[in-house]
Design a protein around this ligand. Structure first.
Ligand code: GLN
Length: 288
């Protein structure tokens, strides 16, 4: 079969796949191209430029296996082992949450508040997306990235190496407990912790079905990881240092209430591109 025929056939299969949501199906053309480009180890533009070429039988088989897996719902990012975040290609696998576009808002806000030569911690770094983006765009700053999961931390290390970043250090452990005791006070702490409520229907939909549960939900109503970080961050932040947290669209009031218990001021919530309240931040105000 030609490239054109392979893409058409895959598109038809993706459109009928029971494992995919209508949103995914909307992207059937694009997904078929991404998977074929991966199987052929070429760029998507090559597929469009040479639709009449016939890949080898082996490559066609590899492509069909990828399309089969996608039809069962496996995320494209895991199938191709990669996702772009803040313009940076990051390796991803089943040990980490797939970086989301809404998390770019957290990076944008962090960058707007970070002076050069800052010290920042990214808690629960997963693939390293936030830490790598901050380290890349603030070369003079130092980032401490933590994760409870050794496999995730290894992947984050690989992503830092892939972008030749030497201004990130990695520590395994839960939230702030992972930070070395000797650490000087930080200028900023950022985190995209698990925040989805345990029974939320969206955990059994789309990519979430294949992602590590511990990266998505802390159990219960979803607030406990956010609460833990807000309670313990002051001990690690310098006065006037910032804490920035991603949270669920339905959690801004709960997060603001936790910040309001102090010692914080300048408490704000920012909306993502979809118009949802997604990131809350506050400034450490000891004795204030
Ligand atoms: N935003 C992710 C989702 O909706 C959840 C990420 C998280 O829990 N930190 O699936």
């Amino acid at each position: 079969m030609t490239i054109h025929e392979l893409l058409q056939q895959a598109r038809q299969r993706l459109l009928k796949a029971p494992g995919l949501t209508p949103d995914d199906q909307h992207n059937a053309d694009r997904e078929a191209q991404i998977l074929l480009a991966h199987a052929l180890d070429c760029r998507r533009s090559y597929l469009l430029a040479y639709p009449e070429l016939e890949p080898t039988d082996g490559k066609q088989r590899d492509f069909r296996v990828l399309v089969d897996k996608r039809c069962h719902g496996e995320p494209v990012a895991y199938l191709v082992g990669q996702r772009e975040f803040y313009g940076l290609a990051l390796e991803v696998d089943e040990a980490v949450l797939i970086p989301r576009p809404e998390t770019e808002l957290l990076v944008e806000q962090a960058l707007s508040l970070l002076p050069e030569n800052s010290r920042v911690a990214d808690l629960g770094t997963g693939s390293g997306a936030i830490a790598v983006a901050l380290a890349k765009l603030r070369r003079g700053s130092h980032i401490v990235a933590t994760d409870a999961c050794a496999r995730a931390l290894n992947l984050a290390r690989k992503n830092a190496a892939r972008h030749r970043l030497v201004n990130i250090e990695f520590h395994q452990g839960y939230w702030l407990d992972a930070l070395p005791r000797s650490l000087e006070p930080l200028d900023m702490i950022v985190s995209n912790p698990p925040y989805v409520a345990a029974g939320d229907r969206h955990l059994s939909q789309g990519d979430c079905r294949f992602e590590p549960a511990m990266a998505l939900t802390p159990g219960g109503d979803g607030i406990c990881a956010l609460q833990h970080i807000i309670a313990h961050a002051p001990a690690y932040l310098r006065p006037a240092g910032w804490l920035l947290l991603e949270h669920g669209y339905d959690q801004p009031d709960a997060v603001q209430a936790l910040f309001a218990q102090g010692p914080w001021d300048n408490i704000q919530t920012i909306r993502d591109l979809a118009g949802q309240p997604r990131v809350s931040l506050a400034c450490h105000a000891p004795g204030g």
